[in-house]
Design a protein around this ligand. Structure first.
Ligand code: THU
Length: 127
């Protein structure tokens, strides 16, 4: 699975975004270590705090299906600028794919970051 293919699956997932409040659509596509892809989109709620981001949607779909090992996550949005994952999503990414790559694409721009670049010094104390 190339980065371009993963981005294109994220673009397809973005079509399902439910974003009537922000009008800001986001799509994500997550590649598992065993070669499967789980997609996600943002799903908003009139009680704004109940909104879930596209990234967490994809990760939680995969985890709920028993997947635990992830290689790459592609993120696209309806914005002209690159969309970086929010703080809560970064913590979720650090939990499930600390060594993973995040591909962020908008228009002609496409960049790859490690999760630790996006969330350095993440909370990971064992208790
Ligand atoms: N959103 C995401 O889905 N992912 C991000 O990385 C940033 C924000 C969504 C949440 C909300 O539906 C909309 O974008 C505006 O914040």
């Amino acid at each position: 699975m190339t980065n371009r293919e993963l981005v294109s699956l994220a673009e397809k997932a973005m079509e399902n975004a439910y974003a009537p409040y922000s009008l800001f659509k986001v799509g994500a596509a997550l590649l598992t270590s065993d070669g499967e892809v789980y997609t996600g989109c943002n799903i908003e709620n009139i009680s704004f705090g109940a909104t879930v981001c596209a990234e967490r949607c994809a990760v939680f779909k995969a985890v709920s299906e028993g997947k635990r090992s992830f290689l790459k996550l592609a993120i696209v949005s309806s914005s002209e600028d690159k969309t970086f994952p929010c703080g809560i999503c970064r913590q979720v990414l650090a939990e499930f794919m600390p060594d993973g790559e995040i591909i962020i694409k908008n228009g002609e721009q496409e960049e790859v970051y490690t999760v630790s670049e996006l969330l350095p010094h993440s909370f990971d104390n064992k208790f």
